[in-house]
Design a protein around this ligand. Sequence first.
Ligand code: EPU
Length: 418
Amino acid sequence: MSSFLVSGGRTLTGETVCQGSKNSSLPILAACILNEHTVTLENIPEISDVEATLRILTFLGCKIRREGARVAVDASGVTGSDIPDGLMREMRSSVIFLGALLARTGRAALSAPGGCEIGLRPIDLHLEAMEKLGASVTDAAGRIECTAPQGLRGAVIRLSFPSVGATENIMISAALAAGQTRIHNAAREPEISDLADFLNAMGARVSGAGGSTVIVDGVKKLHGAAHSVIPDRIAGATLLAAGAVTGGRVRVKKLIPAHLEPVLDILERAGCDTEIRSDSVTLSAPAALKSVKTVRTMPYPGFPTDIQPPVTAVLCRAQGASVVIETIFENRYKYVGELTRFGAKIRVDGRVAVVEGVPRLYGANVLTPDLRGGAALTLAALAAEGESRIEDVRHIDRGYESLEHTLAALSADIRRID
Ligand code: EPU
């Protein structure tokens, strides 16, 4: 079990390059299964969720070639349509293989991903959508089987909530369905547009991505393609938040600043100054951070739930009280108990957290509960006086490419120990 050792109190300064997006890479890698030709992807981050996805692709019969951020997937030999429980458990978002396998092989069998650290995370919207597209779905003893031996056919699907994963599963499966699929109340996250660009690069016909109605006109076959995934707006925002909480000045390059607007708005309200260029953001923290009246997580283009924990860590250092409201996941405050070990003052009542800023945080030993909670604890440790130990950072490794090296290059005193 790896930990981070942090000697806090240093001001973060300098510049860094943003990694590729985790939440784009995972569905895009799954969508490679649709194609019988080789696909080359660039800017794929070196994180453990990507490794788990590549293991599933290999298990299903794909040949993978990886050189750093470039991954070539040859899915011509896909034979399997069952994903064993062990591989499913490695990564909750493996449910994204449902649509891809159904479209390619007419069948998909996988175990229900079940709840995870941040919430129950049911997949009812995914399954209802697959039924609408003509699949038969059985769900027995936690094992889900979807079959569509005659292939899928286009349908009109109205999502009751703009689920990111369900929108992606529908887009992927509808790419090879007969006829047109319309997704109403689709998720509008940048990762949805990235997936649409990738599918279109392979010859699919997807339009409207980024808006609330996505239209997919099914095609019979796809062709080989190359695609570079977008920068990771959550990883980028985490590094800017690290600059904010330590009173520093941090420039993150290779970003799409428009994707960070709701986060930059909150950091500016907290008193930070931001300088936005076409593909970079520089954040300069004030001498004293200000509290923010309300931070409410919402589907895009609202404030992202994934950056809620790191921004809450920033607000711990602000003068005055801030209110954070988590509307997407019911269990995304697990890290708060650990954050209070640094001396943070936070009260949680259901989906609301009231953060009373404190003048200083003190080093502590804490346990990482989940990916973004782990990032929040790391930020608190950077800002705290003295030594901290962040235990069990494998959650952090799921989504951040060697976070300790990135932070150390910005002059943080942080190292990994096993
Ligand atoms: N939901 C349902 N039924 C469904 C699907 C979702 O009730 O069938 C609920 C979920 O339980 C949750 C809400 O809808 O309360 C939002 O879920 P959504 O489907 O939008 O999220 P996701 O696809 O499971 C992706 C990201 C998450 C990110 C969310 C929201 C990936 C691989 N994961 O999850 O990323 O928080 O969208 O933006 O894209 C992370 O990176 O730390 C992370 C958790």
